[in-house]
Write a protein that binds this ligand. Structure first.
Ligand code: MN
Ligand code: MN
Length: 312
């Protein structure tokens, strides 16, 4: 395996060949000398509807065989700029969320302690909470938080359980892991379970950009309204911010969502001076068709890596 931290070239070895890693990058140990760790987080014990996100890391590794390294709009040769590796999967316990949360926090903490950044490929959205706990512990301050989603994820306990995939954002605010005044939710839309679902957002004055906000004027006009972020920032990308036409393979689809093109433009416009970590969640391969959803996730992954290449 090469340790130049470059993907296997598709011009030397066809993209359908070789053992599947994210973007055909080398497998590495956390302690090795590179900048960004990519890992799978195959846990879906927090889902409320369709299960199957545990299979996403394997599927996205496969789809990322088609991932390329030169960002045309940014003029950036990503793998010249950053050393990136696949460090495998975070250990999970499929029938025990408490043990899984402890494992995730420890695993992410080990990466951050070496001065690296990470991108986690989930898994359901309940996995973001322990990732944020690790990031808060490392940086010592509530993080700026950019959250792509159809859902607010600030909902109350369900079936007497606090830590499901629709509640992680509420816990992140309540535990002061993120700064609500530096928090942005993008792609939100209804219907909601009830009018009171918005109370938490209003109480904490969290900025929400709904699909209507994004669509009511030309896209270039909307992009100018995106805030910029200074200081340690985390991006969590729930694939269901996309319309089910663009991401059918997800656990709780909501129609009337964003196009892949709109999320590309948003990711390419965000100004973030210190992106420390990110995740992509809720890809559910058993409900995917023609790898549409996995390919969308691969594209988001590429833009997240490029955002890390632009930040300190
Ligand atoms: Mn979510
Ligand atoms: Mn969602």
């Amino acid at each position: 395996m090469n340790k130049e931290f470059k993907p296997i070239s598709g011009r030397e070895f066809p993209r359908f060949s070789a053992i599947k890693t994210f973007f055909r990058l080398p497998i590495a140990e956390i302690k090795e000398n590179f900048d960004v760790a990519l890992f799978g987080l195959p846990y879906d014990g927090g889902v409320s509807y369709r299960p199957g996100a545990r299979f996403a890391p394997t599927q996205i590794r496969d789809a990322s065989s088609l991932g390329r390294g030169f960002h045309m709009e940014r003029g950036m040769a990503l793998f010249e700029k950053l050393k990136i590796a696949d460090i495998g999967d975070c250990p999970v316990v499929p029938i025990d969320q408490a043990q899984t949360y402890a494992n995730i926090e420890k695993f992410a903490g080990q990466i951050l302690d070496t001065g690296k950044k990470f991108i986690s490929i989930g898994g359901d959205h309940s996995t973001t909470l322990p990732l944020l706990r690790a990031a808060k512990k490392k940086y010592g301050v509530p993080l700026n938080f950019i959250h792509f989603d159809a859902h607010l994820d600030t909902y109350p306990a369900a079936w007497g359980c606090e830590y499901h995939h629709g509640a992680f954002a509420r816990h992140a605010v309540e535990e002061s892991l993120v700064n609500p005044s530096k928090m942005l939710q993008i792609g939100i839309r209804g219907p909601l379970a009830g009018g009171d679902d918005l109370n938490f957002i209003e109480k904490h004055k969290i900025q929400v950009m709904t699909v209507d906000d994004i669509r009511e004027k030309p896209l270039n006009e909307f992009l100018k309204t995106l805030p910029s972020f200074t200081g340690p920032t985390y991006i969590s990308f729930d694939i269901d911010c996309l319309d089910p036409a663009f991401a059918p393979g997800t656990g709780t689809p909501v129609v009337g969502g964003l196009t892949t093109y709109e999320t590309q433009k948003i990711l390419r416009t965000l100004k973030i001076d210190h992106l420390v970590a990110a995740d992509i969640v809720e890809v559910c391969p058993p409900y995917d068709t023609s790898q549409i959803t996995s390919l969308a996730a691969v594209d988001v992954m590429f833009d997240l890596m490029c955002l890390m290449g632009l930040s300190k």
